[in-house]
Write a protein of this length. Structure first.
Ligand code: GCB
Length: 654
């Protein structure tokens, strides 16, 4: 039964959700960093693991598996963390498993952390997909709804309860999606006894990537003093060479009202360039070096370090300190009706869409893969990417900050296509997720825009109020960045388009529409742009376009799935981009950077093959086409250091 959203109900929900989100924001989610007052202990490596294969998937809770070592309640597997569990074994049941899986491991905690009552010990999970419950020594310490953002719990109290006990961390993770989760999904029981065994069910999803699950990002313990820097927010600006950093520090803990704060800004060489005192204020930087995107400036990704030093008097009059250092890039972002401006200069997105996806690891974070991908993006001449279709590991955003790669930061709002996913519960959760995302990523200079969703059913009547609310809420959380969602609907029927700052449109001309008809791309793409711009007078990014390629398949004249066909699709799109980027098209993001795994289906040949790189990161012909183009655009529009001038002689034609 459809659940239409009523305006009054919606606004009440919004109020509650806002309150929730604000209290969440106050709780802070600073990236863990070591300092003279903070230590970190990583819990990555091998954990014990068991999938709950019982018919109702609830045996683990019924038998309280969290009360003892997992190995004491049944057979366990070795499971690496971080990693998706799906592709680690040869068992198809585990690859396609839906329900609760259980992880545990014991950790040696330095005795000083437990003995010293001035120390807070925090357990942090970078992300686990989708729903998590966490116990320490059998005590439930937190739970989290959502598969792509961090969560944490202070566990010092539990550890001090029995200082002699080893610290056992148990995490139960459930990948079941509902119409109210982000992304949404639903479980369907197939009850025909002639065709399916008793209790048979499938999980339907409305997105095009494998629903990898498990503990996907680092798990760690970190310490802070009892009165500590809980959050930092910076907003930067500049005028006439003078950079300004407005900062706001949230302090938490018993002595927070007596804390004194000092903020020191240093440059790349460690020279002090500005100082301030108090929980909020401004830093002025004379002759500021701005943060610039890769290929837009000779010195991209410049970061200052902002150290916050908090001091309180201890019980015996001693000074207790907390120090936290935040990298800060000084830059501005603005949008006009035809341009995207970074530091008041037009910025053209020539980039990619990505996925967190690779062989064996699934969506598990992996440094070699991350660094390889950055090298490939730089090789390609890409200056930007969209975190399609969920927030990525924060380490990736740190890389973007340092390398000047510009990011459109997307929420996991992908596949909102069922009318029931526009109801109040979904909306409240979407607002909460935007709160978590903005709290985590607000200080990254590389993040220039929020994307609240990908290809929702934005033509459905509730979509207008729904997205007006989500977008207004996101802007309230962060008034400094534009907000968009990515659409594939029709320009005239799209209910949310009036509320976005930038139109992001996906289209697969000569692929899903008019398959094989390369000759219609130019006309249809031109019409697409003119209609969207004519109606909304907002700058447009072609946020997806592309074609599947089975690597090594050749055909001339080109046919679908051959390397030549992908090249022709790209070239046909590029001709139109080149006309329209003189007017209001502000970017092009290829779908996709690399091949990635999907659910099985008749249109997917072991996953989606629209990558310009294979899943193993080898270039297809389209990669060379794109490389030639991106470097040419960069050479035309950027101010490149001499070593990056693209040597055209090295171009290889497909
Ligand atoms: C889209 C989706 C993306 C898909 C892609 C495709 O529009 O946004 O998630 O993977 O099309 O290849 O079908």
């Amino acid at each position: 039964m459809a659940c239409p959203v009523k305006p009054l109900q919606l606004h009440l929900i919004l109020l509650f959700a806002l309150w929730d989100v604000c209290s969440m924001i106050n709780s802070g989610m600073l990236f863990p960093r070591e300092s003279s007052s903070r230590e970190i202990k990583e819990l990555n490596g091998l954990w014990s693991f068991r999938a709950d294969l019982s018919p109702n998937r609830n045996l683990g809770f019924e038998q309280a598996w969290y009360k003892r070592r997992l190995a004491e309640t049944g057979p366990v597997l070795d499971m690496p963390v971080p990693a998706s569990y799906n592709d680690i074994t040869q068992d198809p049941k585990l690859r396609d498993f839906i329900g609760w899986v259980w992880y545990d491991r014991e950790v040696v905690v330095p005795s000083r952390w437990v003995a010293d009552k001035n120390i807070r010990v925090v357990l942090r999970v970078g992300s686990a997909h989708y729903y998590s419950v966490v116990w320490v020594n059998g005590v439930r310490v937190t739970e989290h709804d959502g598969g792509h953002l961090p969560f944490e719990a202070e566990i010092g109290g539990v550890l001090r309860g029995d200082p002699a006990a080893p610290c056992r961390v148990t995490i139960a993770v459930n990948n079941t999606l509902t119409l109210q989760t982000l992304p949404p999904g639903n479980i369907q029981y197939l009850n025909d006894p002639a065709r399916y065994p008793k209790g048979y069910f499938v999980q339907n999803t409305y997105f095009d990537f494998f629903n990898y699950a498990g503990i996907h990002r680092s798990v760690l313990l970190y310490t802070t003093p009892q009165t500590y820097v809980n959050d930092v927010t910076v907003v930067t600006d500049f005028a006439d060479g003078l950079g300004t950093i407005a900062y706001d520090v949230a302090v938490a803990g018993s002595a927070s009202s007596n804390a004194s704060l000092k903020v020191t800004l240093t440059d790349g060489e460690g020279r002090r360039v500005a100082t301030a005192t108090g929980p909020n204020g401004g830093l002025k930087v004379v002759d500021a070096t701005l943060w610039w995107p890769y290929l837009m400036h000779e010195r991209p990704g410049f970061l200052y370090n902002m150290e916050v030093c908090l001091q309180v008097a201890g019980a015996r009059g001693e000074v207790l300190e907390d120090r936290y250092t935040l990298p800060v890039g000084i830059r501005t972002v603005k949008v006009t009706s035809t341009q995207f401006l970074i530091n008041d200069k037009p910025f053209y997105f020539h980039g990619v869409n990505k996925h967190e996806d690779s062989d064996i690891r699934g969506k598990g974070f992996d440094w070699p893969l991350v660094v390889k991908d950055f090298n490939l993006m730089k090789w390609l001449g890409a200056n930007s990417f969209r975190t399609s279709h969920y927030p990525y590991d924060e380490e990736i955003l740190h890389m973007c900050d340092r390398h000047g790669i510009v990011v459109i930061d997307e929420s996991p709002g992908v596949g909102i296509r069922d009318i029931r996913s526009f109801g109040n519960a979904s909306l409240a959760h979407h607002l909460e997720v935007m709160g978590e995302l903005v709290t985590r990523d607000k200080n990254h200079p590389s993040v220039v825009m929020w994307s609240v969703a990908n290809e929702p059913a934005s033509e459905m009547p509730p979509a207008g109020l729904y997205f007006e609310t989500v977008i207004a809420h996101t802007k309230a959380l962060d008034p400094t960045r534009p907000v968009t969602y990515v659409t594939n609907s029709n320009y005239a029927r799209d209910k949310g388009a009036p509320f976005v700052d930038v139109i992001c449109v996906n289209s697969y001309l000569s692929w899903y529409h008019d398959p094989g008809a390369l000759d219609v791309i130019s006309l249809q793409l031109n019409t697409q742009f003119e209609e969207w711009y004519g109606k909304y007078k907002k700058p447009i990014i072609q946020s997806e376009y592309g074609a599947d390629v089975v690597p090594g398949l050749h055909s001339d004249p080109p046919v679908m799935f051959s390397e030549e066909y992908q090249v022709m699709v790209l070239r046909s799109y590029h001709e139109v981009f080149d006309q329209k980027r003189k007017q209001y098209v502000i970017g092009e993001l290829i779908w996709n950077f690399a091949d990635f795994m999907t659910a099985q289906g008749v249109t997917r040949v072991v996953g989606n093959k629209k990558g310009i790189f294979t899943r193993q990161r080898q270039p297809k012909a389209g990669a060379y086409t794109l490389r030639e183009r991106y470097w040419r655009i960069a050479n035309e529009t950027g101010l490149l250091p001499p070593w990056t001038k693209y040597p055209c002689s090295q171009l290889r034609s497909p």
